[in-house]
Design a protein around this ligand. Structure first.
Ligand code: C5P
Length: 338
């Protein structure tokens, strides 16, 4: 993002973590077609970074009316499988926020030349891996653009908008550790005293969340298992207990679609992990380990058979504004842009 094209020098950078489901129980199908869940979510230290700025010809974009015609453009490293334009959840988040806050009048990819809000995405979270990568980017866009455009919507309002974008997005706006119910959007904060270490095994071939839930419909029954053991392990910082309590009702469905995932889980346990579990709807597999050196030892055993694992820790906070430069309000009495 080159400085000379940035209007007013306004730019914001947000770092956002991936999530894992330490526990996921499927209670059945809801009237709206989604599945009723009880799940314990936690952020892990694999981060995407979203940088946003208003760019365009100097002298434009200062007036709210000009910004109403603003384009929203996403740039990324060209990774395979990463959706472009409005197919990307971060762009959809920007359009939703822009409309909700009264910043943008309409869809703007084809707007006439003028100010452009540029979203630059640097990805480390596996794409379509069951770690809420797209949802994290959407959360980052809500937080970053709320600041860049000075919408001043409270986090609670951002969480409401997030729920319109996807089931995992409200949690990604919050971060930390949470117990979720409903389709995954009703959140209660959970006490977590420990810091946990993970060997994360991504898969190059994505699994579609909807396909995994359909496979669950075809072969699985609603479960009544409760997350008490996971919650207790988090409260008492007990990695051994957490390893034993990790649970995901979507595993049989994902394993049916991708049989090698079951073998992957067995290998991680055989390599000495305290426990292993599918991340969300997969295909990423997570192995809990005792500490950093245990993580290296387990990773060494499974590399290269399972590819190149990522070492991570949890919890990892929430979306974090790492750099922000927005011009002072007094320079333009017509702001904020809402
Ligand atoms: O909410 P999100 O767009 O992330 O969900 C993707 C798909 O996963 C949905 O279209 C639905 O098929 C499935 N899903 C579900 N129940 C949930 C969450 C997701 O059936 N609680």
């Amino acid at each position: 993002m080159s400085q000379e094209t940035t209007l007013d020098g306004a730019r914001v950078s947000v770092r956002v973590p991936a999530k894992v489901n330490l526990f996921l129980a499927v209670r059945g199908v809801r009237d709206d077609g989604y599945h009723e869940l009880t799940t314990v979510l936690q952020t892990v230290s694999i981060f995407d970074e979203l940088r946003v700025a208003v760019t365009g010809p100097p002298g434009q974009g200062h007036h709210p009316a000009a910004r109403r015609r603003m384009r929203l453009v996403l740039r990324h490293g060209g990774q395979a499988g990463l959706p472009d334009g409005e197919a990307n959840l971060a762009v959809r988040a920007g359009l939703l926020l822009g409309r909700a806050a009264g910043v943008l009048d309409g869809v703007t990819e084809t707007a006439p030349a003028g100010p452009t809000t540029l979203l630059e995405l640097a990805k480390a979270i596996p794409i379509a891996g069951g770690m809420a990568g797209g949802s994290a980017d959407a959360a980052a866009a809500l937080v970053a653009l709320n600041e860049l455009w000075r919408c001043e919507l409270p986090r609670q309002r951002l969480r409401e908008l997030a729920g319109e974008l996807g089931s995992d997005v409200p949690f990604c706006v919050t971060g930390g550790t949470a117990l979720a119910s409903g389709r995954g959007t009703a959140l209660a904060q959970v006490l977590c005293k420990g810091r946990f270490h993970w060997v994360v095994v991504p898969d190059a071939v994505p699994l579609r969340t909807g396909d995994v839930y359909r496979a669950w419909d075809e072969r699985c029954e609603a479960s009544e298992i409760e997350p008490d053991a996971v919650l207790q392990a988090l409260r008492s910082a007990d990695a051994v207990a957490l390893g034993a309590a990790l649970h995901n009702d979507l595993e049989p469905a994902a394993f049916a679609l991708r049989p090698e995932l079951a073998d992957r889980k067995d290998r991680l346990i055989a390599a000495g992990a305290l426990g292993a579990v599918l991340s969300g709807s997969g295909p990423t597999m997570l192995a809990l380990v005792a500490d950093k050196s245990h993580a290296r030892a387990v990773a060494d055993v499974v590399t290269p058979a399972l590819g190149a694992p990522i070492l991570a820790t949890s919890p990892a906070g929430g979306p974090e504004v790492r750099a922000s430069a927005t011009p002072p309000r007094s320079r333009d009495p017509e702001r904020p842009l809402k």
